[in-house]
Design a protein around this ligand. Structure first.
Ligand code: 1GP
Length: 247
């Protein structure tokens, strides 16, 4: 429970956690490590590593290794399938895409990946993964029955089911590069049923204002990915978002 306990400690001390998402398929392992270092200098708390397509095998392993050489915040896998596991990472969001129509994303990939997690030192962090409109690439790949943006009550009952199934974390995902983040009403409705369980929100969060809105509505952790691939000054962008969400 080292990474999960570490993130809990940050929440206790600073109110919120910032996570930087790096997709190994988007740049070289060396560049990924530079982005991770710049994000840590801006105040990010951990590096999530994963993606829906192409984030596997040697490229994934090398990306994790290079990032770990440069930074000492936790590295957490964010796998698109059982192929998204790497024994070099510190932890894995061991997640089930609860609103997928494809049983593969609900449980089969988890069954296939579980032995590798068991044999390695990777810490599993159990998580309900919920994809909301527009859903992006992950919504399509994961064959998600997208939760409508305007239906917070549907997200809340999924989150409650995940909590009752024993999942510690819930991730509300709008899809990488979404035109707008999950709305505050949905975040608030989900956090209300989750209580002390942790809520991660990501997809389309590009600036301090959006991050603050999500955090104030009830997100415990904010994920940013795409915007950090686009900006010149990663450290400044992360610092802007971090200072908006932490107390
Ligand atoms: C995707 O929620 C994450 O899984 C991050 O989304 O790339 O839009 O920041 P962005």
């Amino acid at each position: 429970m080292q990474v999960e306990a570490h993130l809990q400690k940050i929440i206790d001390q600073e109110g919120k956690v910032h996570l930087t998402l790096i997709d190994p398929a988007s740049q070289t392992p060396e560049r990924a490590a530079e982005i991770a270092l710049a994000a840590v200098e801006g105040g990010t708390d951990a590096i999530m590593i994963g993606g829906s397509t192409g984030a596997s095998g040697t490229l994934l392993d090398e990306t994790v290794i290079k990032i770990k050489e440069k930074v000492n915040v936790p590295t957490i896998l964010f796998p698109g399938s059982s192929a998204g596991l790497s024994r070099y990472a510190d932890a894995v969001f061991f997640m089930s895409l609860l609103n997928s129509r494809d049983i593969g994303y609900v449980i089969t990939n988890q069954v296939l990946g579980a032995p590798l997690v068991y044999r390695s030192q990777i810490e599993p962090i159990s998580m309900a993964y919920l994809i909301v409109e527009p859903g992006g690439t992950v919504g399509w790949v994961g064959d998600a029955k997208l939760i409508p943006r305007t239906k917070p009550e549907i997200a809340a009952v999924y989150a409650l089911a995940g909590k009752y199934l024993g999942m510690h974390y819930t991730y509300l995902e709008a899809g990488s590069g979404a035109d707008k983040p999950i709305n505050p009403e949905m975040i608030g409705a989900v956090k209300q049923v989750l209580g002390e369980n942790k809520l991660i929100v990501g997809g389309g969060i590009r600036d301090a204002e959006a991050a603050k809105l999500c955090a104030s509505a009830g997100a415990d952790m904010i994920v940013t990915g795409t915007v950090l691939e686009e900006v010149k000054n990663v450290t400044a962008k992360v610092a802007e978002i971090v200072s908006a969400i932490k107390r």
